[in-house]
Design a protein around this ligand. Structure first.
Ligand SMILES: [Zn+2]
Ligand SMILES: [Zn+2]
Length: 338
């Protein structure tokens, strides 16, 4: 049982519990899904030693669910919830049409591959996105600053462009865009030169480090990032990890207004470990005039379904789909990124 598989099951349970209105229990499951993704415990070994409760946030109930998951690969608790709410199971959904596609969702703009810290190739991600019914998928690996994940500098980006061109030939019926998730450095500059960013189809600028900066300095840092001429989207704009790490604090309204005036999109990152922007901040961004994106931040093909799990955030924020750029046809999307 990999931490990702365990976390996906726990996240789905949390999602269904939230559907049922049991937000208290949902939070407990979300918290454990987050700690499993963060700490990556050896779940099989803990099960063998009877120590599942040593995982952050796990009590007797969740330990029983995890034990069954390790032993049988399934969860009767999850099956019961699915049955009760009549929703398709994750494994049925994985490589089938995303339910969002029926609502007009056209593609995911934030996904990683094995060029940085993802677990699948460009082609595998493209095939999974195509199976979900997408018209486009943006590959947005990390920039060099995050050395632990083998981030891409100008040379590797040029090489990756050739691979993406090849994948566009190989996988028909979907357009693979080349993007980057570039780090917003401490001083608000970006982790790659301008001419490198200019050559990409889409640039996501994300804060990953030094999130606990003093508020005024953090506001300046984020304002500089949204003013950068090549930035299209601000990725997971607070960097929060619900249950474990508070996000950056800054003058959200000032930054959202600046982003809106420059056509910079604010992201709702649907990774259950992030959910960033939160529904509350997404509502504020929309009221400031921002457009939003709804992305998975997938690091593996099956994680593309995080957007299916995250659509509740847009609903709760009251954000209509005409404000979410993933609903745009490709030519109009390219105009947003021009
Ligand atoms: Zn990121
Ligand atoms: Zn990412």
């Amino acid at each position: 049982m990999t931490p990702e598989d365990a976390a996906a099951t726990l996240a789905e349970i949390a999602y269904l519990l939230r559907h049922k209105g049991d937000s208290h229990r949902a939070r407990a499951f979300s918290r454990v899904a987050t700690s499993v993704l963060r700490d990556r415990p050896d779940i099989d070994a803990l099960r063998a030693r009877g120590q599942l409760e040593s995982i952050d946030g796990v009590g007797a109930t969740i330990a029983r669910i995890l034990a069954e998951l390790v032993d049988t690969g399934t969860s009767t608790y999850l099956d019961k919830l699915r049955e009760e709410l009549k929703l398709p199971s994750l494994s049925d959904m994985q490589f089938e049409l995303s339910p969002l596609v029926e609502m007009g969702y056209r593609g995911d703009l934030h996904a990683h591959t094995d060029w940085s810290d993802g677990h699948a190739s460009i082609t595998q991600m493209a095939q999974a996105a195509k199976a979900r019914g997408y018209q486009y998928l943006a590959i947005t690996d990390h920039s060099p600053r995050i050395t632990v994940v083998n981030g891409l500098g100008p040379e590797r980006l040029a090489a990756q462009r050739r691979m993406i061109d090849a994948a566009n030939q190989e996988v028909e019926g979907i357009t693979i865009l080349q993007g980057i998730e570039v780090d917003i450095l401490e001083d608000g500059t970006l982790d790659l030169p301008d001419d490198t960013l200019a050559a990409l189809d889409v640039v996501i600028a994300s804060p990953h480090m030094k999130l606990r900066m003093e508020r005024a300095a953090m506001t300046e840092r984020m304002l500089l990032a949204v003013r950068h001429p090549h930035v299209d989207i601000v990725g997971h704009p607070t960097g929060r990890r619900p249950g474990s790490r508070a996000g950056a604090e800054y003058d959200f309204e000032a930054v959202f207004r600046e982003a809106a005036s420059r056509g910079v999109v604010m992201e709702m990152d649907c990774d259950p470990a992030r959910m960033d922007l939160s529904p509350e901040l997404a509502a504020l961004a929309a009221s400031c005039g921002c457009r939003l994106s709804l992305d998975s931040d997938a690091h593996a093909p099956d994680q593309l379904l995080y957007v299916d799990l995250g659509i509740w955030m847009a609903r709760r924020a009251g954000v209509e789909t005409d404000r979410i750029i993933n609903w745009l046809p490709l030519p109009e999307l390219r105009e947003v990124f021009a």
